[in-house]
Design a protein. Structure first.
Length: 149
């Protein structure tokens, strides 16, 4: 009847259970992990993980973060290196330098950072596909939308 309890459970996260730094917790130092991380408190230091980093609405990191994916609702100041997708929610505040493959920014997010985007499509020159009449550059050729002011 309750045979589901007998089945072995597989972990969704690569490195096991996700790690959490809860609200009202302050940590100073470096963190290295293979699991996902969620920060709702404050971290003054570096995070290196082969998983995902989530900075909650009340979370703050000052330092260097290296990860595969990141979702940010809170604040970040420093160097952010994301090998795949960086998603900035509407409450996010980012300052510093960012290196990312894919970037998603919700309206309302504050992004005061120098950004370097690299990925599979970055080998081509923007000028090669630019359209001087529209000002869209190579984005129009990739089916992406760009706002021209």
């Amino acid at each position: 009847m309750f045979s589901d309890n007998k089945k072995p459970r597989t972990m969704n996260e690569i490195g096991g259970q996700p790690n959490r730094i809860e609200k009202n917790t302050k940590i100073k130092g470096d963190i290295i992990s293979e699991a996902d991380f969620r920060i709702d408190g404050k971290l003054d230091g570096n995070v290196k993980t082969s998983g995902k980093v989530v900075i909650g609405k009340d979370g703050y990191i000052h330092g260097k973060v290296e990860c595969v994916n990141a979702d940010i609702e809170g604040s970040f100041n420093g160097e952010l290196i994301v090998s795949d997708l960086l998603a900035l929610k509407n409450t996010a505040v980012i300052e510093g330098t960012v290196s990312v493959s894919k970037l998603s920014v919700e309206p309302g997010a504050t992004f005061n950072a120098s950004c370097n985007m690299s990925g599979k499509g970055s080998a081509g020159s923007a000028a090669a596909g630019s359209d001087p009449k529209s000002g869209l550059g190579s984005l129009a050729n990739k089916g992406e939308r760009a706002k021209v002011s």
